[in-house]
Ligand binder design. Structure first.
Ligand code: PFF
Length: 458
């Protein structure tokens, strides 16, 4: 007998759960470094335009597909059209690639948290600390990134195995507003650092000369990542959504929340970074990378009153945000295994965690002992990030647009949205999903491939 599919009990419940999955390291760790790297204000503008057009279109389509079919992504795509069944598998591959390296970064967060708790936060503010730590060059077992990665995976495992995610989610619901307030305080403080105003200008004012196809490319990859799009997640969430939930409203709320958080994270980090580099924005661009949040924020805390305490609370909250996201990533993979292989939840979870440990180890050691191995010329972590964000997600998004826009037709989505309320941006949705989004996605994929072949360079 088929079990009744459980539903979110309230409208807010849905939005909070989806936002909990969406808001994570993508907002706090990934967005600021991409914004710093790809021209500050120019990136910001492109990102916001894409969020309200492209992100909106894809998110509403995915949630509506889930709510209509009441299936998670593998079954849902197949139900819409038999020939698109493979798309569900392709989308499911994305969390498989992301989760291991997500846990590696989660491990870095735990390490920084412990440094702050034990009063060593100032040491972590040193210039070379992050590079030495991630390259596994610091002496002592507790300075090995592997230990912290394993610890993070265990934390994640405890939550998923013992099914206490409800607890974590409750805690994080209370804590997220605290994180927002704390981030506003930190951003406010960052702006008082001498030289930060130049940074603020860099972050907020678009300059035409910074614009290139790469800005769009990076912004779009980030959009998928941050809003958990093009990986089947929102379809699954939608399948739990009640029919009377006003879909367009919920989508707008998730988008505003997710984007607002990212903007705030940029505000904390980028002006301070420009200030620390003596206003040299060329240097900022060049040096912005995966270590940005970890390099800049401890320096900000170092110069703040009660910096040690603030740093501790901050990293604790980041850890919570990361956990709510990695739990939902892990859960996604576990539920696919349970459904498709008909195995129990416990063995599936253990299997997934072992896989995460194994694959994650590559990313964890990729800046150090394994740095000689560079798939596509990148360290492992960057490689996995690239494959998922720049290749797989655009392909999944493109095929979703074709499926919705030209195979089943946009009316399918429109009807689903309108069962529970008005669809104000209907026209925008139709034009986007049928024409603009697929063409842009093709351009993006084409550019990625040319870049990969070395025909063009960033
Ligand atoms: N959107 C999350 C972030 O920005 O950190 C990453 C993520 C979490 C992707 C959960 C997918 C997911 F299921």
């Amino acid at each position: 007998m088929k079990k009744e599919r459980s539903s979110f009990t309230s409208r807010l419940g849905f939005v909070l759960a989806a936002a909990g999955s969406a808001v994570g390291l993508g907002n706090l760790w990934r967005f600021p470094y991409l914004a710093a790297k790809y021209g500050g204000g120019t990136f910001l503008l492109v990102y916001i335009i894409l969020a309200i057009t492209f992100g909106f279109t894809l998110m509403i389509a995915e949630i509506a597909i889930g709510r209509n079919t009441r299936l998670s992504c593998i079954g849902a795509y197949r139900k819409l059209d038999q020939r698109f069944g493979f798309l569900g598998w392709l989308a499911s591959l994305v969390p498989v690639i992301i989760t291991p390296y997500y846990c590696v970064i989660g491990g870095w967060v735990v390490k920084y948290l412990v440094e702050f708790v034990t009063g060593n936060g100032l040491q972590a503010a040193g210039d070379s600390y992050f590079a030495s730590f991630t390259a596994a060059q610091l002496p002592g077992v507790f300075n090995s990134p592997v230990i912290w990665f394993v610890l993070y995976v265990l934390l994640n495992a405890v939550v998923v195995l013992f099914g206490v995610e409800k607890g974590i989610e409750k805690v994080s619901r209370v804590m997220m507003p605290v994180l927002v307030i704390l981030s506003i305080v930190i951003a406010g403080y960052s702006l008082t650092i001498p030289g930060a105003m130049d940074g603020l200008k860099y972050y907020l004012l678009p300059r035409m000369e910074d614009f290139s196809i790469f800005t769009v490319l990076a912004a779009m990859g980030q959009l998928f990542y941050s809003m958990s799009l093009a990986m089947g997640i929102m379809i699954t969430y939608g399948s739990y959504m009640q029919k009377d939930n006003i879909l367009e409203h919920s989508v707008t709320q998730i988008e505003v929340f997710d984007t607002g958080f990212a903007l705030l994270a940029g505000l904390m980090i980028i002006p301070a970074m420009v200030a620390f580099s003596g206003g040299d924005t060329a240097l900022v661009r060049e040096s912005a990378g995966a270590g940005l949040m970890f390099g800049v924020l401890p320096k900000v805390f170092e110069s703040m009153m009660f910096g040690g305490v603030i740093g501790t609370i901050f990293f604790l909250l980041v850890l919570l945000a990361a956990l709510t996201s990695s739990i939902s990533l892990t859960e996604t993979i576990v539920s696919i295994l349970v459904d498709k292989l008909h195995i129990g939840r416990k063995p599936a979870t253990v299997g997934v965690l072992l896989g995460v440990l194994l694959l994650g180890l590559l990313s964890c050691l990729g800046y150090g002992p394994l740095s000689a191995i560079q798939p596509l010329g990148m360290a492992f972590l960057d490689f996995f990030d690239f494959i998922s964000n720049s290749i797989l997600m655009p392909i999944v998004a493109f095929l979703t647009c074709i499926l919705v826009g030209h195979v089943v037709g946009p009316k399918f989505i429109i009807d689903e949205v309108e069962t529970s309320g008005a669809f104000h941006r209907k026209k925008l949705f139709v034009v986007m999903i049928r024409w603009i989004a697929p063409v842009m996605l093709l351009m993006i994929l084409g550019t990625e491939i040319l870049k990969f072949l070395g025909v063009i360079s960033v």
